[in-house]
Design a protein around this ligand. Structure first.
Ligand code: AMP
Length: 471
């Protein structure tokens, strides 16, 4: 039976190849081979970072690890699964989700045609990608809500300054498939705990922007109000008033502040359902002791938000979205917008570079590299070989050893051990090689003991209090 089935399958596979081949070669030459952009490569040049990009140097790595560990712990504690989506997505994904009129899509997105003339974008944020993945992998079939977290680079072509880069990193927590205000409160609590448990003092700024129906009436009132003050507002507000009226509330220009303060407030235009939802979120936050400030001018720059929106700022920092450490909110219509069934959702994305600045400026202690327990010193080539073997054995025993096997002077090796305050040194010289021994030196007292090479790791373990068994 397999034989008789195999033959027609082979024939079928071969057939389209023959038909397709001539079509491809018949394509116009210009389409088949897109023109290559000339890149001038200077003869000799010290290359620099592309503007807005940053290296993460060794001095900051322990901060990054502390932030990653905190994120992972929160994800585990609150029952989130990890997801990773690519940095490159179809450009239309973000135009549809974040919004064509948003600053991100209009001015900041890295969009380009790839070699197949596909319009692609470096992701400016990852909520849209997570929703794409939720739909593409049929996660609506799983028990709801689906809780996903991610960590990775985002790209926005903004004007670089402290805390604002063109490549930056976000950790995100998204809960898809539940409309309850419990979800909003938990997401806000997680973001709040991320900072406070890292010892960064923060405030939550919160608002509700309702559903689109609530906003229609509000926008009309807002536009009318601003028009009556047309002579007093800045040029950007005039443009926003026409394109995306609620963004006037984001304005930082001093001349617009009195008008912003006196403007109608969205909370007065919320439906009963949106208002009840908001009240419940606030009640849960009260219960959880998450402090918050109501901010009726908080609207966020992304189109997909509905109902709850929030930002997190430092308690002593300037307030407003420029200095926000983190943003988030509910997006009940996004899954449907992107081709799924109506599925409510909520999420947050702490930005890590801004958290890093806080950790550094506040000189917050984070766990660093573990201190070496022993220094392995050697004298001469033969002893170096034995010392390298000893180092390997110590490592296998779980003992953290330090060494400078490329150095020759015993004095400088012991100075190095002293400088690093390593409690013990193990020394192998010519004599020890001959005798199959090692000297264990207590660096504090200077007391030395010569022990058998093969037993040395166990003896050291006992001295370190790691192994109480008799040797
Ligand atoms: P958003 O996705 O705009 O809600 O931003 C969420 C958080 O990401 C912000 O509060 C910042 O911490 C961080 N963030 C956004 N844009 C940048 C940027 N250009 N550079 C550094 N961090 C950023």
């Amino acid at each position: 039976m397999p034989q008789s089935k195999k033959k027609p399958m082979l024939k079928k596979a071969a057939a389209p190849a023959k038909k397709v081949a001539p079509k491809k070669s018949a394509a116009p030459a210009s389409k088949a081979a897109p023109k290559k952009e000339e890149v001038k490569i200077p003869a000799k040049k010290q290359f620099q970072l592309v503007r807005g990009m940053k290296d993460v140097l060794p001095r900051d790595q322990w901060y990054w690890k502390a932030m990653y560990d905190k994120s992972q712990q929160l994800a585990i504690d609150y029952g989130f699964d990890r997801i990773e989506t690519p940095v490159l997505e179809e450009a239309a994904l973000f135009m549809r989700s974040v919004g064509k009129q948003s600053d991100i899509v209009e001015k900041e997105m890295y969009v380009f045609e790839d070699r197949d003339q596909e319009k692609v974008a470096l992701r400016p944020e990852a909520t849209a990608s997570v929703v794409r993945a939720y739909l593409q992998h049929g996660m609506w079939n799983q028990p709801q809500p689906v809780k996903l977290w991610y960590w990775g680079p985002m790209f926005r072509h903004e004007r670089p300054q402290s805390g604002r880069q063109r490549q930056f990193t976000q950790v995100g927590f998204e809960i898809i498939g539940d409309a309850s205000p419990v979800i909003d409160a938990q997401i806000i609590q997680m973001a709040y705990l991320f900072y406070t448990e890292l010892k960064i003092p923060v405030n939550v700024q919160i608002n509700s922007i309702g559903m689109p129906e609530d906003r229609t009436r509000y926008k009309m009132e807002l536009v009318q109000f601003y028009r009556s003050h047309r002579g007093e507002i800045c040029e950007t507000c005039k443009v926003r008033l026409m394109k995306n009226p609620m963004r006037v509330l984001d304005c930082k220009e001093p001349q617009c502040q009195p008008i912003k303060t006196a403007a109608p407030q969205i909370v007065d235009y919320l439906s009963n359902e949106s208002r009840d939802h908001f009240m419940k979120v606030l009640e849960y936050l009260d219960e959880l002791n998450v402090p918050y400030f109501l901010d009726h001018t908080l609207v966020r720059g992304l189109d997909y938000y509905t109902k709850t929106v929030f930002e997190i700022v430092t308690t002593d920092g300037e307030q407003g979205s420029q200095t926000a450490l983190c943003g988030g909110g509910r997006y009940d219509l996004l899954v449907e917008e992107m081709g799924g069934k109506p599925v409510p959702a909520c999420g947050t994305a702490p930005g890590l570079e801004r958290a890093l600045i806080q950790l550094r400026e506040r000189q917050i202690d984070v766990p660093g590299a573990p201190a070496p327990q022993v220094y392995v010193a050697q004298l001469g080539d033969l002893s170096r070989r034995k010392a390298m073997l000893l180092f390997t054995r110590l490592r296998a025993e779980g003992i953290l050893a330090d060494q400078d096997f490329c150095k020759n002077s015993l004095k400088s090796q012991l100075e190095s051990a002293n400088g690093k305050k390593i409690p013990f040194a193990m020394v192998i010289g010519q004599k020890e090689v001959q005798e199959g021994t090692v000297i264990i030196r207590d660096m504090d007292s200077g007391v030395q003991e010569t022990v058998d090479f093969n037993k040395a790791p166990q003896i050291l373990k006992r001295k370190l209090g790691l192994d109480s068994a008799a040797v």
